[in-house]
Design a protein around this ligand. Structure first.
Ligand code: OX2
Length: 839
């Protein structure tokens, strides 16, 4: 009010604008203003959610100027942009992150407090957009954060699923899936841009014609056309003016109401196409590492790819007279093969719509695309039955045939008379039924192909993409994944952030290598004790949360042993369970056994149709029911399954972990990113030599990492000799005791059938070699227990883990993409304040 008074007295003093001002009083007033004018409530009748919405709009107001300036700048003639194409963006709640990146957390906290509210409670009110399954979608989100933080002009393109990944409830120990209605109370972070809608063809047929200049051309006469409407969300960088856009497409019918049918008395038919078109982006397919595709999934893929490419071309042509320089102003990254149809679609747009000759169009296409592979699991490689593909996308299939023919011609010259090379490289799989192989299309249409960790990139070259590597070795490269320290440390672990910042300043937040400086304090006993104190407090928070959520009381002084990730056999949550039962048996036989108490914490969703994964959840909860209630154990072991693992829950769990379980069969986990989040927050890792674990161990030092298990070559070796899991059961008494205890119904109230499928699978097949790795895992866990008993030693190891995590910032990953794949430069955004004159 002082400034207001001053401005009356002295017209040269300006007061802060309610939409941009950062003064505590201004923010407080702005929240009330938005509460009234947007939510239509005054404080006395407002709910917590109303206040959240009002605050969200207040924060959005404060980043709009940066956002619009960034969008304007990215349109400029000489600015090259990155388009990150991904079927999934698992961004997590926006509010807290935006407060951090805008650097107004403290002011807002104070302003909210002065209104008698609690900021954390409002932050916790936000419904997270679950537009992804797991690592792949979350990686896309970390990359958007880093692109903006590094001031790289960029746009993320994806699908605005009406229902994201299902909410997981646990009933009787089983997973139950509930629809995720994330939009039901409105989404304050997005702005619809219906004026930028585009049309997408499906079905029908193609037709040759000769144009006015006598050129031979093809046109696609679709059976139906769907409209794509963009919804934009700003992605602000950390303490910079860059706010890039996440543009997600929603589908709609072109005409929402068919009057002809209505007039014929067909009331339902009149809205048929509306219902049909809107189904397209209704729901995210809940499979991580997806299996055989459904037609609707292909529709989703083509839909968002077609919308996005048309959008890029439209914006390109605002400032450029042709598409000749498209590849100089756009780098398009394919996040796995989900958007790989973009290769054929860009060719269609260039050749059919913009009348390019094939060769120059192909040059542009190949220069524009990069392809990131995220999996080696053969069952996860996408392929579409030719019949479905041809019916849905007839013109695209013709183009794919043309791409393939020209490509195979080159292969024939390089490898004459090599039929097996030809058939493995061909986009069309002709083995049984015919399929379109999306990885082949992506490899052929991209100038760079990368894996997501060193080991994974090497294995790509040796295994599934071997023949492509032989053909174009220069395309292959690696970019090891990373995670954003803003969300995964500053936002989720304020206590540790504060302690670190006290010691080394705050530059580490966007220069993560600076954490190195912490090493000088590892011998400082008082620092170690502060370090433990922080971990202890965070563990207490999680313990309270656990009690509230699942009613289990856990001891915050026990070792928090955590495995959170999608439930999958290759990730081997059931190997973790074998260890738990081993400890249980040992304690039952020897109650005086000197081991530190442990709390085993699990979280993760199973794909709804994945029988084994669902049964693994039941195994965990069943073992928990027995162990948690066995008085003999005197609370020395607890097993917790936290329902509905998502970004929000991850933010609670990573900071509280002592031990990070990264125990996949070597060669199966492409990278992992949870492994990085744990270690960054001071957990030690028990892990195999898989994915990025290899590089984490390299960085933190072998002495600060609990290694176990077969290596990738050893896995291959074991399998090549005809692996016989039963042999381990026969020869290892302790293992036998564990499996027999499950088999006899001990954990399932005498029901011997319930968990037997898991035991049988291990005894007679064990495709992920749990039994082969069992003893090595148990031995390594004993080392963990020994290390934990020596708290000073543990603290040293924990500090060194954090100090040496610099490499795993997504800022480093994005810098590598920029330098080696995209060839893009940062552009700093000038903040131009909005006023009526320059609007
Ligand atoms: C995941 C991989 O399984 C995981 O290892 C990796 O860290 C993550 O992608 C990000 O690169 N679907 N999800 C993945 O791959 C696929 C396919």
């Amino acid at each position: 009010h002082l400034s207001l008074m001053a401005s009356i007295l002295n017209p040269n003093v300006t007061i802060e604008d309610d939409r941009t001002g950062l003064d505590i009083e201004t923010i407080r007033r702005a929240v009330l203003d938005n509460l009234f004018y947007i939510q239509g409530k005054f404080p006395a009748i407002a709910t917590k959610h109303d206040f959240y919405m009002a605050l969200a709009y207040t924060v959005r107001d404060r980043l709009l100027q940066r956002w619009l300036n960034s969008v304007q700048t990215n349109l400029k003639k000489d600015v090259k942009s990155v388009a990150y194409l991904s079927a999934e963006f698992l961004v997590g709640p926006h509010l807290g992150n935006n407060l951090i990146n805008l650097d107004i957390y403290q002011q807002v906290e104070q302003a909210i407090k002065e209104s008698g509210l609690n900021l954390q409670e409002l932050i916790d009110t936000e419904e997270e957009p679950g537009l992804g399954n797991g690592g792949l979608g979350r990686l896309a989100a970390c990359y958007l954060d880093s692109l903006s933080s590094l001031e790289i002009p960029a746009i993320g393109y994806g699908i605005r699923y009406e229902f994201g990944i299902f909410d997981q409830h646990i009933q009787d120990g089983w997973q139950v899936e509930i629809t995720d209605k994330w939009l039901q109370y409105g989404n304050p972070w997005e702005i619809a841009r219906p004026e930028s809608s585009v049309m997408v063809n499906f079905g029908g047929r193609t037709e040759a014609y000769t144009d006015d200049h006598g050129a031979f051309r093809v046109r696609w006469i679709p059976e139906y056309v769907v409209k794509g409407i963009p919804y934009d969300t700003p992605i602000l960088g950390y303490k910079v003016n860059t706010a890039n856009t996440l543009r997600l497409w929603r589908s709609e019918a072109c005409e929402s109401f068919n009057f002809e049918r209505f007039n014929q008395g067909d009331y339902y038919g009149a809205v048929d196409s509306k219902v049909h078109s809107e189904n397209l982006c209704k729901v995210l397919y809940p499979n991580d590492e997806p299996i055989q595709g459904k037609e609707l999934r292909l529709q989703q893929q083509y839909f968002f790819v077609c919308c996005s490419l048309q959008d890029m071309i439209r914006t390109h042509l605002i400032e450029n007279s042709s598409l000749d320089n498209f590849d100089q102003l756009w780098a398009i990254q394919l996040n796995d093969t989900h958007p790989a149809v973009a290769v054929a679609e860009l060719m269609r747009l260039l050749v059919d719509v913009h009348h390019y000759e094939w060769e120059p169009a192909w040059q542009i296409t190949e220069n524009t695309f990069g392809y990131t592979n995220h999996t080696l699991l053969p069952e996860a490689l996408e392929k579409w039955p030719l019949s479905i593909f041809g019916r849905l996308l007839p013109r695209l299939l013709e183009i794919i045939y043309e791409i393939n023919n020209r490509f195979l011609e080159r292969v024939r010259i390089k490898f004459p008379d090599n039929g097996s090379k030809m058939s493995s490289l061909s986009i069309i799989d002709e083995s049984d039924d015919k399929y379109v192989r999306m990885a082949n299309l992506a490899c052929i249409g991209s100038h760079r192909i990368n894996g997501v960790a060193q080991l994974h990139s090497e294995l790509l070259k040796e295994t599934i993409l071997h023949d492509f590597y032989a053909l174009f070795p220069e395309k292959f490269t690696n970019v090891t994944n990373g995670v954003t320290p803003r969300r995964w440390m500053v936002l989720s672990n304020p206590r540790l952030t504060e302690l670190i910042t006290q010691k080394i300043g705050n530059r580490w937040i966007n220069h993560l290598d600076e954490l190195k400086q912490l090493e000088q304090f590892v011998d400082d006993a008082s620092f170690r004790s502060q370090w433990r104190q922080v971990k202890q407090e965070v563990k207490q928070d999680l313990a309270k949360y656990i009690e509230k959520k699942v009613g289990i009381v856990v001891n915050p002084a026990s070792l928090f042993d955590v495995q959170v990730k999608r439930i999958h056999e290759y990730k081997r949550q059931h190997l973790n369970v074998l260890h738990i039962i081993t400890l249980y048996n040992r304690l039952k036989h020897n109650p005086n056994l000197d081991i530190p108490p442990r709390t085993f914490i699990f979280g993760g969703k199973a794909a709804p149709g994945y029988f084994m994964a669902k049964r693994i959840i039941k195994l965990i909860t069943s073992v928990g029911d027995v162990i948690n209630n066995d008085p003999d154990l005197k609370d020395r072991l607890k097993v917790v399954f936290l329902p509905d693992y998502n970004v929000t829950l991850g933010q609670r769990v990573y900071p509280a972990a002592d031990l990070s379980e990264q125990i996949s069969t070597a060669g199966k986990e492409a990278s992992g990113t949870g492994n990085m989040k744990f270690s960054l927050n001071g957990a030690l890792t028990i892990g195999t030599l898989d994915g990025a674990n290899v590089e984490i161990r390299e960085e933190v030092g072998a002495e600060n990492f609990f290694l176990f298990g077969l290596t990738t070559p050893q896995v291959a070796e074991v399998k090549s000799h005809g692996y016989y899991p039963r042999g381990h059961y026969d020869s290892n008494e302790e293992l036998r005791g564990v499996l027999d205890l499950i088999s006899c119904g001990f954990f399932s109230r005498g029901n011997r059938e319930l968990l037997q499928p898991i035991v049988d699978n291990l005894l007679y097949d064990d495709p992920y070699l749990l039994l082969a790795d069992y003893q090595s895992y148990i031995n390594s866990q004993e080392e963990v227990s020994e290390a934990y008993k020596d708290q000073e030693r543990w603290s040293r190891m924990s500090i060194l883990n954090v100090a040496r995590m610099g490499k795993f910032s997504s800022d480093r990953s994005i810098q590598e993409y920029c330098d080696n794949i995209w060839k893009v430069q940062p552009v700093s955004i000038k903040l131009q304040a909005y006023n009526q004159e320059n609007a």
